[in-house]
Design a protein around this ligand. Structure first.
Ligand SMILES: Nc1nc2c(ncn2[C@@H]2O[C@H](COP(=O)(O)OP(=O)(O)OP(=O)(O)O)[C@@H](O)[C@H]2O)c(=O)[nH]1
Ligand SMILES: [Mg+2]
Length: 379
């Protein structure tokens, strides 16, 4: 199975509240009609090949490492018109079965219901209002089917998410230091294992530092991941200062020509000031070895957390200068709307998403695929 179809099956396994809500909104007050004209700009029927448009990027084959290891921190995003006229929307609005369907007139009542649904799906009030306003623009009074509503919503979600879908940048400076932070159980250690495996497969010399020195079990867990990824794990005795381990690990990595040092940290609740201060200390101490480090500070968020993810970003950003996000547990959860709020509010890059507990269950973030999964859009 191609990697992306496997990923698609894993994203949002269960049908989401959002999807069910959209169905219910259209059925409430809708009636069966045949659509005279499309509500979303369509590509010309059977268009001639347009040479100046870039070809869509082919999906990676399973033989390749699951996520590309980027060398360019700002890969080009597809221009908006590519999203608009090609891909799933284009395909969708050529579908015959959607010509006769239950449709509901887009009016104030329907917009209000849509807003409420998006807010209930963790998108946040500001984002929900903006997204619905964009959906309604130029379409007020038109009759829309569920499929069309889903496609419109997916288009708006993809538009919000597109600018934040960026792989983790690797800069020329070696060793690159990646500090991984987040609340308890968000998936830090697992994500480090997965990332280490991908970077190793891409030919990098990787070392992991077990900066969670609170629990002996945490070190053992990381060692298991290190073994799976084929990457050494530097440890310190239980209860020792994680900042001093980070210092030693970076010094060693410099001496040994390591490409990438990934530092795991203990989970910390954002209301524990002492633990948060300890994190700030880790950053201060590694800067004594390399004042440009850490080069990436990844905040790992659990997609099932809901709105609390927003305050996690706010707190961790103040202390650790978060450079990017990894969103875990997007498999099997019906949630995920909070990612849209995060993207809209903070604009922090989403480098990767976790879609399972296995070593290859970390994928690049694909906005269109995410939007389709979130809205339940069948493509
Ligand atoms: N389904 C699923 N489970 C995940 C994913 N990522 C992590 N997990 C699971 O979530 C649990 C916590 O993961 P850890 O990697 O230990 O989380 P952590 O942030 O290191 O936890 P602490 O060190 O205790 O703060 C484990 O059972 C993982 O297998 C994911 O993408 N999908
Ligand atoms: Mg951990």
């Amino acid at each position: 199975m191609a990697f992306f179809s496997k990923l698609k099956n894993k994203l949002f396994k269960s049908s989401s509240r959002l999807e069910e809500g959209l169905d219910a909104i259209v059925e409430d007050g809708g009636e069966e009609t045949t659509n005279p004209d499309p509500v979303i700009p369509q590509p010309e029927p059977e268009p001639q090949p347009v040479p100046e448009l870039p070809e869509p990027t082919p999906a990676p084959q399973p033989a390749e490492p699951p996520a590309p290891i980027p060398t360019d921190p700002t890969p080009a995003a597809p221009p908006p018109e590519v999203l608009e006229t090609r891909g799933l929307l284009g395909k969708l609005f050529n579908r015959r079965e959607d010509r006769t369907a239950i449709r509901r007139t887009l009016d104030d009542d329907m917009l209000e219901q849509l807003e409420e649904l998006l807010i209930a799906s963790d998108m946040g009030v500001d984002t929900a209002l903006r997204v619905t306003a964009n959906m309604a623009e130029g379409r007020f009074g038109r009759k829309l089917s569920t499929q069309e509503i889903k496609a419109l919503l997916a288009q708006e979600v993809a538009r919000v998410m597109d600018p934040v879908a960026k792989p983790m940048p690797l800069y020329p400076k070696r060793p690159q230091v990646v500090l991984v932070v987040g609340v308890n159980g968000s998936g830090k250690t697992t994500t480090i294992g997965k990332l280490a495996s991908q970077f190793k497969a891409a030919g990098k010399k990787v070392v992991i530092a077990a900066g969670d020195t609170f629990r002996a079990a945490a070190v053992e867990q990381l060692q298991v991941w290190g073994d799976r990824a084929g990457v050494p794990v530097l440890t310190a005795p239980e209860g020792s200062d994680p900042a001093s381990l980070a210092f030693d690990a970076l010094t060693k990595a410099q001496n040994e020509g390591t490409d990438l040092l990934m530092i795991d940290t203990a989970g910390r609740l954002q209301n524990r000031a002492d633990l948060m201060e300890e994190l700030a200390k880790i950053v201060r101490v590694i800067r004594k070895v390399d004042d440009t480090a850490p080069h990436n500070t990844l905040l790992v968020l659990d997609a099932t957390t809901g709105q609390n993810a927003l305050s996690q970003v706010e707190t961790f950003r103040k202390l650790a200068d978060v450079s990017g996000l990894v969103m875990t547990k997007l498999d099997g959860t019906a949630k995920g709307g909070v990612l849209v709020a995060l993207a809209d509010k903070f604009g922090l890059p989403i480098h990767a998403i976790g879609v399972g507990e296995q070593i290859d269950d970390l994928a690049p973030f694909d906005p269109e695929e995410f939007a389709a999964a979130l809205t339940g859009l069948q493509t």
